[in-house]
Design a protein around this ligand. Structure first.
Ligand code: ASP
Length: 344
């Protein structure tokens, strides 16, 4: 079959053409060739991304693979018990169970995910095993746990005393109601806030890295929405919603109320918009606008943020509400936190 894309790419390369037309398939070419690519680089959601990026950077700075970098980077918040929205110490569901969602995707389009996984501290590594050791993409619930145990992961109690206390407080009202950007309130070094445990909270680490070879990978991991119905799955472990990587174009990830991201297949949409020539920030903005357009009343009261990187190592973000932040680490910036732009 005639492969138009390959044809354009080959002809443009051999003719040394600079292709500039927006919306053309070939316009991505200048981003994928040339020497001014900012790599290696890693970006991740929220202020807690700084510590995660630092560990990812240990891999990237030694010429390691982006896939290893994102896995090892997100181990940091997964293991951090003070982080109540990712991994160990995450707030439980309505029934007091900590159920974790995670996915990972590499430069070859390989991907793996675990959904509502209990008792395993590093769901991202189980997701990687699903990708590498099974013919499947997703494993859920008991099946995911069984697989993890077979792979040698340790069964642990993930409900910390602090999260159990918060859940018991919440049970008094049992009101499912969001606190936007809670992680900034908790992690703001200048003014940390102790929020009452009965407040509902959420947030996710989504990370995208490009290694020295120019290959992209991504990881996304979360305990999801606190006090959710048992069995609820958000966007985070869904390839295309919470995370998407296309090694020709770039990668995207999301955080916030996952139901609205799933409705719009958010991260895939962001990558496809970058394919059409949008900058990372423009692409994230357009994805946010779709959410707002589809459900304007809902969007007023929730947070959703997208974060993206293209093949040049350019990055950007956009959120519905103020307060979304992301962390960047490359050879010139190590602890950078950027406040994402927002609609409201
Ligand atoms: N996206 C996550 C979920 O819906 C939560 C978050 O990132 O705030 O489970």
């Amino acid at each position: 079959m005639f492969d138009r894309r390959k044809f354009i790419k080959t002809s443009a390369l051999s003719a040394g053409l600079i292709v500039v037309s927006k919306n053309s398939i070939a316009e991505v070419l200048p981003k994928t060739i040339g020497s001014n690519i900012n790599k290696p680089i890693v970006i991740s959601t929220w202020d807690f991304g700084v510590a995660a990026n630092a560990d990812a950077w240990k891999v990237l700075s030694k010429n390691g693979r982006a896939l290893d970098a994102v896995e090892q980077g997100v181990w940091v918040p997964e293991a951090d018990e003070s982080n109540q929205s990712v991994g160990y110490g995450g707030l439980p569901d309505r029934d007091g169970k900590v159920t974790l969602d995670a996915c990972i995707m590499d430069e070859l389009g390989n991907c793996g995910a675990v959904l509502a996984l209990e008792h395993i501290k590093h769901p991202i590594s189980v997701a990687r095993k699903v990708m590498e050791k099974t013919p499947h993409v997703m494993l859920a619930g008991d099946g995911a746990l069984q697989f993890a145990l077979e792979q040698g992961f340790k069964k642990e109690n993930l409900l910390t005393p602090a999260s159990e206390k918060a859940w018991k407080e919440w049970l008094k009202t049992s009101k499912y109601e969001p606190v936007m950007n809670i992680e900034n309130k908790l992690y703001d070094k200048a003014a940390p806030q102790k929020l009452p445990g009965n407040q509902y909270n959420h947030d996710t680490i989504g990370m995208i890295a490009m290694d020295a070879k120019g290959n992209l990978s991504g990881a996304c991991t979360t305990s999801g929405m606190a006090y959710k119905l048992h069995g609820r799955i958000g966007d985070s472990p869904i390839i295309g919603a919470g995370l998407y990587i296309d090694n020709e174009i770039g990668g995207a990830t999301s955080t916030g109320v996952g139901e609205e991201v799933v409705r719009n297949v958010g991260s895939f949409l962001v990558v496809e918009l970058m394919r059409q020539g949008y900058s990372p920030e423009e692409a994230c903005k357009e994805a946010v606008m779709r959410i707002i357009k589809k459900k304007p009343e809902t969007a007023k009261n929730i947070q959703v943020g997208f974060l993206a990187m293209n093949k040049k190592g350019e990055y950007g973000a956009y959120a519905i509400q103020k307060g979304f932040s992301y962390a960047v680490c490359d050879s010139s910036k190590q602890d950078l936190v950027i406040k994402g732009k927002s609609y409201y």
